[in-house]
Design a protein around this ligand. Structure first.
Ligand SMILES: [Zn+2]
Ligand SMILES: [Zn+2]
Ligand SMILES: [Zn+2]
Length: 235
């Protein structure tokens, strides 16, 4: 495969960096921004880029495979549900997945949030009722699937009555589900996304994923999920 630079179109002669899609960009071109989804650098004024949130952009490659409408989402959701069921994660009650504006998920401006599970807890009841799953509009199909898998994880934990979980454990379990879904896709992009989740320096998401994964390697997935659901801790 000949690699050509996304900016100058020539094979990179000196240092270059690779986006999560494996596209090369010479480091010599000054970057004014990065794709929020694949981290490709954007050269000043480079065309074909789109807004993602108020402060972030998407590159042409990510935009070309984006899930932009509820109809497109509907085409992907059944397969994500089936693949989660194959991993043993089935929701007792079906939860509706809705696309929302990315800005609505990112009001606090910390990190980048791609999805959210909306729950309702009744006084005195041990179970959180899951009302719906919101996913950012405009994700790549792979980001969309892994984000739905992650949020199905939150919904599943809530339906299992696993409440008051340590945030690191809860997000770690959901990242594990997203990672398991990504692994099943068998594409280079999905593998790269999974690796970047494992390498994520975030003390909640990245550290949680690594802690839960380590527990799974040591005790097996069933023992880990049963300890989290029954005792609220890792074995
Ligand atoms: Zn170049
Ligand atoms: Zn991109
Ligand atoms: Zn989460």
């Amino acid at each position: 495969m000949t690699t050509t630079c996304t900016v100058c179109g020539h094979p990179p002669v000196d240092s270059y960096e690779l986006s999560m899609h494996g596209e090369a960009t010479c480091v010599a071109h000054p970057a004014e921004a990065r794709c929020a989804l694949c981290s490709r650098p954007r050269h000043a004024g480079e065309p074909g880029w789109y807004r993602f949130t108020a402060t972030t952009v998407r590159c042409p490659t990510c935009t070309a495979v984006a899930v932009e409408t509820q109809d497109q989402a509907r085409q992907h959701i059944p397969r994500v549900r089936e693949e989660m069921a194959a991993l043993g994660i089935r929701l007792g009650q079906r939860v509706r997945v809705t696309l929302v504006e990315p800005d609505d998920l990112n009001l606090d401006g910390r990190g980048l949030c791609l999805g959210r599970t909306i729950g309702r807890t009744w006084e005195g009841s041990p179970v959180t009722e899951v009302v719906g799953i919101h996913i950012a509009r405009g994700l790549t199909a792979t980001h969309f699937g892994s984000t739905v898998a992650h949020e199905i994880g939150h919904a599943w934990l809530a339906q299992q009555g696993a409440r008051h979980l340590d945030l690191v454990v809860e997000e770690g379990v959901c990242e594990l589900f997203a990672g398991a879904w990504l692994k099943r896709q068998r594409t280079a992009f999905a593998d790269t996304l999974r690796q970047s989740a494992l390498d994520n320096p975030d003390p909640v998401y990245g550290a949680g994923y690594r802690r839960v994964r380590e527990a799974v390697v040591r005790h097996g997935i069933e023992a880990v999920l049963s300890a989290v659901c029954r005792r609220g801790t890792l074995p």
